[in-house]
Design a protein. Sequence first.
Length: 817
Amino acid sequence: MNIVKRFLAKKQPVILDELIIIPSGQLYLVRSPSSPKSENECLYNDAALTIRNTIHQYNYELVLWKGNESDSDSLNDEEDENSEAQDEFFENESNVLKSFVIDQNLKVCLFERYGEKIISWKDMEGDFGDMFEYRINKSVPNDTIEQFMTCIYKYEYEKKYEKSSEFVTAKELQEFIVERSELFDSCLDSAYTPSSSSTINMLQLLNKNENKVEYGEDNDSFYENSNSDSDSDSNSEGEDYAKFEDAAETLYSDISNDDLKQRIPLDDFPCKSYIYDPISEEFKPKHLNVSVFLYELSNWTYCMEVKDRVNGANYLVAALSNQMDPAFRFEQLAFIFNVFTSNNAFTWLLKFQDKDTYEKFQSIFMKLHWQYKNQQLWPTNATDEHYLVNTFEDMDIDDPHFENNLPEDTDSSTDSDSEEEVAGTSNLRETKYKARVDFEESEDEETRFVGSSKNTGLVLGLKTDNAFISRGDKIGIFRTDDGTLQFSTTIDKLTFSKNGSKPIVPSKMLLLENDKTMIIQDNKNRDKLHKLDLEYGKIVEDWELRKNDKDIPIESFTTNTKFGDLMNDPTFVGVSSQSMFKVDPRIQNGFVSNDKTYKTKTNFKQVSTTGKGYLAVASKNGEIRLYDQLGKNAKTLLPALGDEIRGLTTSNDGRYVLATCKTYLLLIDVLIQSGKYENKLGFERSFGIDAKPMPKKLQLKPEHIAYIKKKHGLDVKFSVAKFNETSRGDEPTYIVSSVGPFAITWNFRKVLNNVRDSYKIRVYQDDVIMGEFINKNNKKMVLTLSDDITMTSTSSFRHLNTNFQLSKQLFEFFLFC
């Protein structure tokens, strides 16, 4: 296996984090003409060049890793990742060939010679005039090289000025750009510089990256060929844009004439407007001299308007709503949002002229949008306001400042598509279990399971890795132990244990006691729970939860600990809207113990537990409370962002809380970072007044959401998201969820590091209802579709920009499953 695969297969950094990689090249030592030694010497024929942090702030290293040409390329990704030898490779400092502290005196420069791009720098420890040349393999993309050099300049800036380069401009980095001739300034014979080489204009590249608007460039040549005041574009979708601007279609975000007449102006901001072109996959300039106005309407409603600054022409009026899918891009000073008509979906981008204008617009928009969602005034409590403001700023994980700063996924796709194995897919419309043809009884069972209903739920056993799929009043059981999905049996006609004529349709399932027992909640009788004996195949007990002669309507329930299914414990945790409690079937009267009823209106909706039994509880309004044990007061309360939390899970170690909302996910690191309780969890101790954790918001880009809503309706929502942790103690590396027919995985490490394009997708013909990772293999997952069940791996997912062509008019054109 070559060095690229080895680097990408690495799970942990060797001591410090690798930030960016050029995966393939040769290192030469080029000696001074005055040196008596040979002129050029190839030191390493196969090496990767990376940048990594050091333990000292504002200090970075340029690191060269050796390759091992004896490695076999025939190994597949799974074998590579599970190989201890590969793990040990990057844990062994001896595999580092050379390292150099990044400093302005190193004089790192990029130039081109005979079509070959070369990074060169001084040999600070060698003879007078010696230098290194890293000759980059021609297969390495130009974007990777440019990003690498940009990082070099930024880290030289940090080293020199001892401050962050997060907001540094191209002009400020100009002093670090080195012409190749400068490497020879001290040489005795300056004519040594080869005339066949040319220094690449890095200042031009820096300016290009700085002015980049998401996908397209904001340059004069484009404007010269574009009529910014026209009502149509030159591209093939111009007619759609013209129809939109002429208001020939009705917006879903209609605003009444009375509201428009009585609206109260709040503020306006100069900007440029762009509209996303799905054919070129770029934002195209639309109107370059406009202002966006914000207005207050009535009853907690607000709107925005885009108007021409010269002639006052009105290009857009839209209500502030959840359907806008708003997203801010600080690096580009841009605001992106969606607008829907009866026939089309449009993604707009407003680019502001300076940082102050951008931040002022963001602040006002954020407050108005929050008030619309919460139907109340923006918090005056300084702590909550600080939390919400910083949350909104930090939630954007599509920041191009971090693009390519980390290695690709450890199971990155290879040149050949890594599709699902046919044996690993169960299509319920067509029985595909050829291996089971001789077993007529099994085929009959599977036919009964298919029936006329749709799949609605999924749980995976931790002990057996069996997949349990709910479908109407049936539960289908599928084996996954041999790496494929095999139908096992059906438990059909679920009914109350004491009333066989009363059917049960599961809305929630929970496995207990090493996959021997399942707790079921009926979708129409949510005040009762039912015990399903999986060995017997029937409901054996019905529980009506009561305390002090009062019914307890249960909202959510889960195991006492993260992997509690692996314990022989029949008890579990539950919440009602106002209480938390333990359900104990051994208690004859009411089945409830250790209950705690809260006097304040908590409106609990979701509960999740950690490996130590800490509890995270979400309320209907989006608040999240963290408890160290049942029956106590919360150690931490995270304010609501205004959206109901539909699903909640925690990492086994309790550090991360993952909340699923309708249109996005929230990932929260609850480790206390400083102060008296540093390195404690928010479950154990309260955060400081100004130190509450800032959630990361995981969502699709607005232009991708616009496409999905256009094809599948405005009501699409995320399925409950899950980590890929296992009971063996693995840390999470992926998150899985879905929207409509799109299964989505997020690379966990990239999310934590704010890396652009951290999600990949697979597209299916049916809606993806739910997905969960297999306990014995955290790279494989089972997905439940409306009529299908499939098992796939993380390596089969693809980036949207390569496998998700938004410009396709027919859905079938871009299906790849």
